[in-house]
Design a protein. Sequence first.
Length: 99
Amino acid sequence: METIDCKSLEELRHHIDGLDDQIVELIAARNAYVKQAAHFKNSIDDIKGKDRMEAVMDRVRTRAMEFGVSPNLLTKLYKIMIDEMVEAEIAEFRNAKSL
């Protein structure tokens, strides 16, 4: 991703706010896909899939390094996000099974 040299703090903040909007939208889209995944799984253990979580974390760490971002920062952010989304997926799974 390319960034521009901003001429003022106001311009810089404008770009940061735009990126924050995109990040929130992308997280919402990810969450929607995670909820869909609940319909393809057979158990809560499938949802908590340790191998998949490790693969995601490895991929995120690699991508962070490619972009010059702290892998530790992204690992922490993703851990929080994944933990919350797993709970949402479990709720979706339980709701789907009760129908």
